[in-house]
Design a binder for this molecule. Sequence first.
Ligand SMILES: [Zn+2]
Length: 448
Amino acid sequence: MIVDSVLTNAKAYLNKEIVDCNLAIENGKIFKIGKETHMPKADETINLRNLLVLPGLIDVHVHLRDEGKAYKEDFYTGTAAAAVGGITTVLDMPNNAPVTMSAETLKNRVQIAKRKALVNVGFYSEFPTNSDEVASIVAEGAVAFKLFMACQIGGLNIDDDEALQEAFRKVGELDVSVAVHAEDKAMLMDAEEKLKKTMRHDAAAFLKAHSERVELKAVERLLKISPKTNMHLHFCHITTKPGLDAVVEAKKSGRAVTCEVTPHHLLLSNKDFERYGSLLAMMPPLRSKSHIEALWKGIADGWVDVIGSDHAPHAFEEKSASSIWEVKVGVPGLETTLPLMLTMTRKNRLSLVQVVSLLSEKPAEIFNLTDRGRLEQGKKADLVAIDFNQKFTIDASKFHSKAKYSPYDGWEVQGKPVKTFVNGLLIMDEQEIVAKAGSGGIIRRDRA
Ligand SMILES: [Zn+2]
């Protein structure tokens, strides 16, 4: 038999150990892992020259934009950024123009992504106005639902507990996960209005409005109204100690609850926000040192399930309005997450085992992407080859994302993604895209 390719001289992450080995790839999957003498003949041999090979990263929190927001990012530029960052699968958030919240809007997004994507893309949907439509959205392939509690984005009235419960029942029956942005709308709007009346338009005012209580209130409300069984609730970007504690309590009581933290909430603080201003505006916002330490402890203790980039690109002008309330929130993250987290392994904040768990294995498990997330025979050949020792400086002007700015611009990091393979195909080589638009795959829940 002649397989599609053999990758030689890999130092691959297999079952929590780094093993000198070779990987044979056939038809997009890992066909065999072993010694060079045991490899089948191949159409192509790629010598990885002792690069560290990890399962490709799975980023479950990405805003790829496109359509009405294509000036911020599109499926090509966003997935190019992912490939360069060693990320082989992304889950796309639904706050688009139009909002992904029907079978039709989802179908349309899938069609566009098919032509442009370089990595695997799966899709979240917002909840539709009529929860009877949930089933048709799932049938169209939505991987999960997203619920944004800070302001009204989808069709489901977030002020109405009964409507939320009805929607949760529907997704529970279909065994689909719900990912939530946990900030309480009423509390947030109230605080924001009061601050605006006193002419506050500064970063400190934004922090005051997006208080830790705003996060805790939303977490507690969702835990209270969601069913105790038969439903998986995933909390996106938890940022505070009380918020994380509430999630941990729910986990301890046996609830099917998981949570995410982002690199920016781990690496940047409210002081950075007040110093550098609107570029660092995020929702939820950057927090104080004690909260940051609580998140790191949550990782160390195994309570945090995933790290997601929350890649949220905007046009540069949108990040620099004079009033903080007008600034678009979020920063790009696809190209920096892996180098930053590898750098944290040098600072003993994380182990490589935790990096792989948080960025590949757990995301695959939680979102039912069962054919990915590990280097094993039979799994999809999604992998990233890394020069673990290479130091470099983050240069946002060279990003593949349309958003060419970053809070980490100029940071020295160590550990560079050198080659990214998606479904067995080399997509990125030496930080250049080497595959055609549309080489990536579409992940549909029914095929997951
Ligand atoms: Zn987001």
